[in-house]
Structures are given as structure tokens and as C-alpha cells.
Design a protein around this ligand. Sequence first.
Ligand SMILES: *[C@@H]1O[C@H](CO)[C@@H](O)[C@H](O)[C@H]1NC(C)=O
Ligand SMILES: *[C@@H]1O[C@H](CO)[C@@H](O)[C@H](O)[C@H]1NC(C)=O
Length: 192
Amino acid sequence: MAKKLFTFLSSLTLIFLFTYLAAAKPTGFSRTLSPSSLGLRKEKLTHLHFYFHDTVSGRKPTAVKVAEALMTNTSSTGFGKVSVADDPLTTGPELGSKLVGKAQGIYASAAQDETALLMVLNFEFTEGKYNGSYLSLLGRNPITNTGLREMPIVGGSGLFRFARGFAQAKTYTFDLKTSDAVVEYNIYVLHY
Ligand SMILES: *[C@@H]1O[C@H](CO)[C@@H](O)[C@H](O)[C@H]1NC(C)=O
Ligand SMILES: *[C@@H]1O[C@H](CO)[C@@H](O)[C@H](O)[C@H]1NC(C)=O
């Protein structure tokens, strides 16, 4: 009996000891760094301006529908429709103007009372010093609103590491027959 009690007590002591050691030891997957160790100096604000060409018609569309709900065709807002886009970004409103990147991602009709899209896009830049850097946008886009639609920029890569900011989108042209659109974007981001 005494031996059993002794064994029980020593197991208990071992358990406590292990718990204590586990809590006291650093876990080994995180550490605190100074921002300069990643070469981060002063944060700056950058403004980007370009036109986004969303072409859904013709033989070479840049945005395609990939899914919809059974009831999407009964919804005045196209609720449930999901599209994937690889839309060119140019410096001017004409598609033939200088290409600076692509907007690649998904937009989904996510509102029943107005046409508003959930936008999940990566802006991939291919010109100038931002060639190879990306910005990620995640936001709500009420596309029939003719004013400025604002969407958050939630991050970036390359020169846009640690980016955060906002995009303002304004429809430049919308073709009622084809639904092709050109949208003017102004993006303001803080990054290093
Ligand atoms: C919607 O599409 C379904 C097939 O997916 C079809 O059966 C139905 O008739 C359509 N409804 C309308 C209003 O077009
Ligand atoms: C952008 O970067 C890619 C890959 O490094 C390179 O092939 C391309 O020529 C660059 N474009 C410009 C315009 O500098």
C-alpha cells in the first residue's frame, strides 16, 4: 500500500515537473526582433494610379464566371455569382496604354439588396521599381455606386511588405450591352 502511494506521488511530482519545465522553456518558434534587422527604416506613403480593365465579353475575356447558385438567375443583383479575373492595369483609360500590372483574383456577388461584390484581388505590378511586388485588396465593392468605392489594402509583398492602406475605385466606363468595365483606381499605402 505504502509502495503504491509512493509510486503515485512520484508520478504526480514528475507530471508537475514536466508541466513546469514546459512552461518555463521558450517554445522555439518565435522571437522578438528589431525592425532594422529586416532592413525596415522609415515608413512611407505611396500613391498608385491606374485603370483596371474588366472584360467579360468577346473571345478573350479577362474575367470569367466560375460558379453561381441555382437562384442566381432569379436575383436582381446576381447574388451568388463568382468570377475569377486576370485584368490588365494600365496608366491610361485606353486598353492600349502602358501596362503596369494585373489584378488577379476573385469577385463574388455577395449582396441581395444592391449589386455589391466581395473583392479578393492581388495587384501584381510588372513595371518600374514595383516590378515583382504585390498588393492585396480585400473589400466590399458596390459597383453601381457612381462615386468612389473604398476598399482596404490588407498587405503586400516585395517593396510592399507590411503594406496597409486603401483603394478608391471609380467606374470610368461601363458598357451596358457587354458589361465590360474600365475602372479608375487610386491606391494609398503605407509601407517601408
Ligand atoms: C434559372 O436557371 C435554372 C437552371 O439552372 C432554370 O431551370 C430556371 O428556369 C432559370 N430561371 C430563370 C428565371 O431564368
Ligand atoms: C520585371 O521583372 C521580370 C522578372 O525579373 C523581368 O523579366 C522583366 O523584364 C521586368 N520588367 C520590367 C519592365 O522591368
